[in-house]
Design a protein around this ligand. Structure first.
Ligand code: FES
Length: 61
């Protein structure tokens, strides 16, 4: 099994690396890449993924 890492980026998303399976609230699997960002600020138009909107809203976290 390959290693999966999740790193919280300063004022940005959670950076996920590895082959973790991601599911929506209905249990449907969401297709992912080998590395991706999960929105932590709530402003992304493409949730659950980060689309860079955290910079526009000046997310602090
Ligand atoms: S953390 Fe990047 S858009 Fe929310």
């Amino acid at each position: 099994m390959s290693e999966i890492t999740i790193q919280s980026l300063k004022n940005g998303p959670f950076l996920v690396k590895g082959t973790a399976k991601l599911f929506d609230a209905d249990g449907k699997q969401i297709e992912t890449k080998e590395a991706y960002g999960l929105c932590r600020c709530g402003a992304s138009a493409h949730k659950p993924f980060c689309d860079g909107s955290h910079q526009k809203v000046d997310f602090q976290g």
